[in-house]
Ligand binder design. Structure first.
Ligand SMILES: [Zn+2]
Ligand SMILES: [Zn+2]
Length: 118
């Protein structure tokens, strides 16, 4: 897929992109599928067509709260048990889109439903 670099950067979301991305995205769970800590989604952006990678931390809020030891393990277990997550992917393709300024990608975002351990 070649992609459309001429697309002007615009913060935009379209439910249809999630449907497209569901068919093209590659999802991997780290460190493993039974207790994922990070979801990595990669694949072509449904708007501009460039390859993009998104990492969704499942346990970032545990660190944000300053939780340590037991509490963060409890939060981690709860996150793992949930077994699904709506991941908002934001295009971060390496292309320089017009009007992007400091931003990466083309501005598109879409939601991907990810499940594990089912
Ligand atoms: Zn792009
Ligand atoms: Zn894009």
């Amino acid at each position: 897929m070649t992609g459309r670099q001429d697309l002007v950067y615009r913060v935009e979301s379209d439910p249809g992109w999630g449907t497209i991305a569901a068919g093209t995205a590659r999802v991997s769970l780290h460190p493993d599928e039974t207790a994922p800590e990070v979801i990595v989604v990669s694949g072509p952006c449904p708007r501009c067509g460039h390859e993009t990678v998104h990492a969704e931390p499942l346990v970032s809020y545990a660190n944000a709260l300053g939780a340590s030891g037991l509490l963060s393990r409890l939060l981690l277990r709860r996150a793992a048990e949930t077994g699904s997550r709506e991941v908002e992917v934001i295009c971060a393709c390496p292309a320089i889109h017009p009007d992007a300024g400091e931003h990466k990608g083309c501005g598109a975002s879409w939601v991907l439903h990810v499940e594990w351990g089912v």
